[in-house]
Design a protein around this ligand. Sequence first.
Ligand code: SF4
Ligand code: SF4
Length: 582
Amino acid sequence: MADAHKAGPHPRVSLFISRSTTTSRDNKTGSWRFARPRFQDKTAPCSAACPAGVDIPELERAVALGQVDQAGETYLAENPFPSVCGRVCFHTCESACNRSRLDQPVAIHRLDRFVGDAALNTDRLPELKMLPANGRRVAIAGSGPAGLSAAYFLTRLGFACDIFESKHQPGGVLHWGIPAYRLPKAILAQEIGRIVDLGVRIHCNQPVDADRVARLQAEYDAVFMGFGLGKALALNLPGSHCMEDGLALLETIQSGIRPEVSGDVAVIGGGNTAVDVTRSLIRLGARPVILYRRRRQDMPAFDHEIAAAEAEGARIVELVSPLAFETTSHGINIRLGYMKTAETGADGRTRVVPDGDRTSNVTVSRVFSGIGADVAEPWHRPNDGDAADWLTLSHCALNMMPTPLVCGGDPVMPIKSVTDAVASGKQAAIALHAWFEGGADAIADAMQRSQVGQGPALSMEIYLGADRRYRDRHVVTADEINTDYFKLTDRNVAQQLPISQARASFAEIETTLAEGQAVREAGRCYQCGLCNDCDNCRIFCSEVSIEVENGKRRINMDYCKGCGVCAVECPRSAVTIEEEGA
Ligand code: SF4
Ligand code: SF4
């Protein structure tokens, strides 16, 4: 030992290291095990919260790797409108994103839009799972998002589809109701074009009334009714005939006409229509004020749309309700009654009641209604009189006799959004296919089998038997993510038109993320529940029991002692630990 301390270039150190003459592989530590790990992909909360059930972690994995075409196909497998929904969906997926706990949710809608626009700008046709033609024909009334989606998914399931549209352009609310600054018409036309390219035939200027539905039932194997909400709601108050229909204003603007509106104008309502009307009026040169009977925080319009309207100069007067309108030589005088908050209702919303007799007056040049819409005809809803004949699902209702009739879209959905309309079309397509294949009992089985997580979102990929069906329904929570492996990063934001320019035209306000930004944003995704081959489990396994064969991980149970380090160190909860023998 003394030699070890001698000065010199090569000091000799004696070490006493035990040596074994047998391999440690002889020590089968698997016999110690009382818990057993298992590679098990699970469901990401964003996918479960997306009404269309888009496989978001898979899409983001592909974008992060630069596989943009594949990401587009991942989206299109579940939703025909990546560019549309990337722009107009209010992204419930982001509200569910586990990354919110660390910093900010992944900007999923911007990534959807990125892959959607990339798919429109390539000549490459997406590879979509399609079943062979089954010889059955479906007639679809209405070419809004529900009707177009029904046609898209039915065609992929082998049906031949004809859409009958009353107007001269297809798209329904997407074309006529959503202003161009949020959704340019060229983008919509391209995404509709992709549905037509699948073989869907759209017949414009072909209104469908009740008699025609009966005739279509005789001519086709099934009929889907996607009429939407075609009648604006009106207030029945003294002088309220002076109110103009906000939806009609949007439609006029979308048809290319720019009506002259100036000075102070009022918009009644707090939903998305009210905000779209308000922002459109700003672009026409008016000074709109939103009059809303509840509080600003109770407005059903999307928060970011309300904030954008305010940034563009709209005023919001909350807790006021119109009582009467009087047309005078100075304009329209609106008598407003003040409201105040009361108890919370059964729906969780704070109720409002009149605040005594307090009133005030406001004078404006015009008043637009944005209080919502209803079905244009009562029969556009499933017939209440024959409720027993209808099978009601989460996003559509079906009456199978004598010819299957499906009612979808806004008239039957609890949440009225574009992506819920897509979900409605998909649910109708799966239900019809299941019924033709296996009768009424097959519908419930198909719904259950295609669920993303606990539903109600459905996956066409799962229905068609893709690998996604092997994922566990468990929805990964933020507590199950090992955030030690993720750095704090800012969400990537897209460029916006300066407000002065935005106010002056109907040009699109937000740009699409640049590719580098999209790759960085996709890299922020944890890929909750999906193994992405990071190899952490193998690196940490002290028994070297995780082996990789042909790119697939397997656990050698002779050596896995069930310590669970693989599950703990898996950043994304793709390893499950179970009691041995469970
Ligand atoms: S981190 Fe990714 S997979 Fe997880 S919820 Fe957010 S977007 Fe979805
Ligand atoms: S640690 Fe990495 S390689 Fe192992 S299961 Fe989790 S994601 Fe897959």
